[in-house]
Ligand binder design. Structure first.
Ligand code: S3P
Length: 448
């Protein structure tokens, strides 16, 4: 594999951010729509698909497993799937690039089929833990034929000929793990149940119902859920309209909060309550964020968000909120740097196994830009600069560690800091947010 030359990008302070924008489609929903479409006989259509590199890798994998996927000139994707248990053995290794979601969900989908497939990805994905999904999938009858140390990629999995329905209590709060097991359970006769101690995003459950599967969800303990899917359903092809990704909207949203005088409307942002931890936290910090229109769009809640620049104050973010904003900590840390007082974000263990060690990378990003920050156990503590004319010093060069969210968070920081912030590589932004630079320039950001 060639290592591409890094493409630096610099963000500078300028005038207010203004206007109206729609960020690209939700990444979680996009992966799931392609995978479920590929597991369904008949034509599924997907509009508003996120055409970022992560999702395009999943599309290629679904083709390699035997499904037909076409993108129409109208931007609508049409999928002709093979049915539950119907995947074919791919001719070559499946490459998931940078995407943990695409890879782990596809591992689950393949685990219930009598085929053998090799899963691989880039240097970041090769470092990420896969044992968490392999453990339950082995219980349903899949076998790992080969894997790198610790069950990491590249790995070869032989799916189960006769998958066994199981009940599994997840040791980590992970929607990817839950989804992998539910997708494998589709091929098993009877009920497959995942128990989670902390509720995680429920897009798989919602979409399975949308495709006609029987899924039930019950509360479990104080914050958890017990999710059951009935296997071997006749999935019905469906139309999926992908709403705008709240995890992408988070970047222009925080930018508008911290650049003085800004006012922005972000259209059709998905507001599934298991994804809105950032909005709750920012509101507690004093952010002006108004949901101007809300509706239910094909099984997911959606709202247009009006955001105004706001004086923020530091808060304590409880550990149990982490699953509902797990991808938003780097950008929350930027907001915290511009707040008055201290923000403590508790219980961020899972951040260590994202596209990078995001806990360390977020702390480094702030530190090189003059913000005082500490990691205590699994907590991140940011000293806000709100009492020093509201600005962080900036002036740093941020190492992005193949992590799109570190790259975008650092650039947002540069839009409001005293001095410019430069990232050493902007290439990975395209994994989740193609058109980020153009969208941000369109609302007035100085990125060059
Ligand atoms: C995702 C789940 C989360 C999140 C990721 C998308 C999903 O990962 O970080 O960006 O679509 O299920 P974990 O399940 O590992 O927490």
């Amino acid at each position: 594999m060639n290592t591409p030359v890094p493409t630096p990008l610099t963000a500078r302070r300028g005038g207010p951010l203004q206007g109206r924008a729609r960020v690209p489609g939700d990444k979680s929903i996009s992966h799931r729509a392609l995978i479920l479409g590929a597991m369904t006989v008949g034509e599924t259509t997907v509009s508003g698909l996120l055409e970022g590199e992560d999702v395009l890798h999943t599309a290629a994998a679904m083709r390699a497993l035997g499904a037909r996927l076409e993108r129409g000139s109208d931007g609508v994707w049409r999928i002709h799937g093979v049915g539950v248990g119907g995947f074919a053995t791919p001719a070559a290794a499946l490459d998931f690039g940078n995407s943990g979601t695409g890879c782990r969900l596809a591992i689950g989908a393949v685990a219930g089929c009598p085929v053998t497939a090799t899963f691989d990805g880039d240097a970041s994905l090769r470092k990420r833990p896969m044992r968490r999904v392999l453990d339950p999938l082995e219980k349903i009858g899949a076998r790992v034929i080969d894997a790198a140390e610790g069950g990491r990629l590249p790995l070869t999995l032989k799916g189960a000929r006769d998958p066994i329905p199981i009940t599994y209590e997840s040791p980590v709060p992970s929607a990817q793990l839950k989804s992998a097991l539910l997708l494998a359970g589709l091929a098993a006769p009877g009920e497959t149940t995942v128990i989670e101690v902390e509720a995680t995003r429920d897009h798989t459950e919602r979409m399975l119902k949308h495709f006609g599967a029987k899924v039930t969800t019950r509360p479990h303990g104080e914050h958890g859920r017990r999710v059951t899917v009935v296997g071997q359903p006749e999935l019905e092809p469906a139309n999926v309209a992908v709403p705008a990704d709240p995890s992408s909207a988070a970047f222009p949203l925080v930018a508008a909060l911290i650049v003085p005088g800004s006012e922005l409307i972000l259209d059709e942002v998905m507001t599934n309550p298991l994804r809105t931890g950032l909005l709750s936290t920012l509101r507690e910090m004093g952010a002006s964020i108004e949901a101007v229109e809300t509706r239910d769009d094909g099984g997911e809640e959606v709202a247009d968000l009006r955001v105004r620049a706001s004086a923020l104050k530091g808060v304590e973010v409880p550990a149990e909120r982490a699953p509902s904003m797990i991808d938003e900590y780097p950008i929350l840390a930027v907001a915290a740097a511009f707040a008055e007082g201290t923000t403590r974000m508790r219980g961020l263990k899972e951040l260590r196994v994202k596209e990078s060690d995001r806990l360390a990378a977020t702390a480094d990003m702030l530190r090189v830009n003059g913000v005082s920050v500490e990691i205590e156990g699994d907590d991140l503590i940011v000293q806000g600069q709100g009492n020093k004319n509201g600005r962080a010093a900036g002036g740093g060069e941020v190492a992005t560690h193949m992590d799109h969210r570190i790259a975008m968070a650092a650039l947002v920081m540069g839009l409001a800091s005293e001095n410019a912030v430069r990232i050493h590589d902007s290439a990975f932004i395209a994994t989740s947010f193609p058109g980020f630079t153009e969208l941000m320039r369109g609302i007035g950001a100085d990125l060059a």
